[in-house]
Design a protein around this ligand. Structure first.
Ligand code: OAD
Length: 276
């Protein structure tokens, strides 16, 4: 069996000689920034089933039947994102841009890759920090501070005996009626199309890179999960970084994003200690 050390060296060699690297990330890359994943033990979908909270029909039904529960879901999603900072993995990925051509393709909606300094980021599932119209026209960006304020208002509204009228009011900066019509975060719900042009660009990047680093994704949500398969069909080296083996990669580096990514980048490019 090939040792951890040799696997890291092999992966570092692929990265060093690559002309274009795609870093494909899922919830696991942000877990060490304090944002829970979806499907691990205690993950978001365990407490809030996606049929009720991640489909339009379910959301509207929950809003009508139990607005306090919807408020609790939104608080669960927003609070960790409002408080999150990029971790050592996000920072090491951004730092590696100085050494090679890197495109980040992320399923995450937390904006942490950009905050770490990555400059080419395809947000294929949109963003919680970007407010758009129903036709996905850009309206405004929300800061993390603003998200934290929405969380405080929502918590207060949900406790009030006037919760039914107050919850939509507290939610309004995030989702509701504005002078542009109905607005919402660009985060993609189940049953909706992928974010464009990010998705088409991500597909093209996946076929046009030498190495794909797949970090912290279970690979069960399509069409996002088809990217590593597209890449593999085009002869791309696929390296997965995850405590669990998703079976997507030719090389699996077992461990958390913060354990593996800075070490891997250091071996590949001699990344500075700043990113650790
Ligand atoms: P999942 O919750 O399905 O998978 C998280 C992955 O991260 C698993 O493979 C874990 O083993 C791994 N993981 C956990 N902690 C980690 C750590 N510290 N470092 C590295 N890896 C770690 O999340 P995603 O695959 O991102 O879509 O889920 C994909 C999509 O499903 C999401 O974008 C979201 C969700 O429903 C929509 O809502 C449309």
């Amino acid at each position: 069996m090939i040792s951890r050390n040799s696997k890291l060296d092999l992966a570092a060699g692929y990265l060093r000689t690559a002309e274009h690297v795609v870093v494909f990330t899922g919830a696991g890359v942000s877990a060490e920034s304090g944002i829970d994943t979806f499907r691990d033990d205690g993950g978001l979908w365990q407490e809030f089933p996606p049929e009720q909270f991640a489909h339009w029909q379910g959301i509207l039904q929950t809003a009508r039947r139990n607005p306090r529960r919807l408020a609790s879901f939104v608080v669960h999603v927003l609070k960790p994102v409002a408080e999150a900072k990029p971790n050592a993995a996000h920072l090491a990925i951004a730092e590696a841009e100085k050494q090679t051509d890197i495109t980040v393709v992320t399923q995450n909606v937390d904006g942490l890759h950009q905050e770490a300094g990555s400059t080419v980021v395809r947000e294929i599932h949109g963003s919680l920090l970007e407010i758009v119209t129903l036709r996905r026209q850009f309206v405004r960006l929300l800061s993390r501070k603003r998200l934290a304020r929405i969380v405080r208002w929502l918590n207060w509204a949900a406790r009030s005996w006037l919760a039914v009228p107050l919850i939509p009011f507290a939610l309004n900066p995030l989702a509701g009626l504005s002078w542009r019509g109905v607005v919402r975060p660009s985060a993609v719900l189940f049953g909706e199309g992928m974010m464009e042009p990010d998705w088409s660009d991500a597909l093209a990047d996946s076929c046009d890179c030498d190495v794909m680093l797949v970090i912290g994704t279970s690979g069960v949500v399509f069409p996002a999960a088809m990217l590593p398969f597209e890449a593999r069909d085009n002869g791309v080296h696929i390296i997965t970084i995850d405590p669990e083996d998703s079976g997507m990669g030719e090389l699996w580096l077992q461990g958390t994003a913060c354990e593996i990514v800075p070490e891997l980048m250091k071996r590949a490019f001699g990344a500075s200690d700043e990113a650790e």
